[in-house]
Ligand binder design. Structure first.
Ligand SMILES: [Mg+2]
Length: 142
């Protein structure tokens, strides 16, 4: 495994983007994914472009439905350029781009910038649009 840090978009990736009331749990399989992140001693951060206060509230409400809390994350980054610029995270942790695994639902926002600088990337189907039956537990960390 080359990955040291996993950077997750939040809305549409972990949280259902249309779930304003936080009535739904995180994306299917997310709990299992977190277990594998922790078992491999990886750093887990968010890389959403959203307001961090709202993001923390939404995540807390949603993660609690599967017995998790905000403590699963080692950092919360607000990346609000389009495409997102991941160099700040890479520099802060002193890792190589290929050691950052970026996961998101939006190709142009989440993926393009990461791909350009050599990160590992995975685009997932947007949670909340159509039920693609996608299971986050099947995500393999490179
Ligand atoms: Mg998104």
């Amino acid at each position: 495994m080359q990955t040291k840090i996993v950077a997750l978009d939040v809305y549409g990736t972990i949280l259902n983007s249309e779930d304003i009331e936080n009535a739904l749990p995180p994306i299917k399989g997310f709990g299992k994914f977190v277990v594998s992140v922790k078992q491999n001693n990886l750093i887990l951060v968010t890389s959403s472009d959203a307001d961090l206060n709202n993001l923390r509230l939404d995540l807390e409400a949603t993660l609690s439905k599967i017995g998790l809390g905000l403590g699963i994350f080692d950092g919360f980054y607000k990346l609000d350029t389009c495409p997102k610029d991941f160099r700040g995270i890479i520099d802060e942790y002193g890792i190589k781009p290929e050691q950052l695994f970026v996961v998101g639902d939006n190709y142009f926002k989440d993926i393009v910038g990461a791909e350009e600088i050599g990160c590992s990337v995975l685009r997932v189907p947007e949670y909340g649009r159509i039920d693609y039956g996608f299971d986050f537990a099947t995500v393999e960390i490179p």
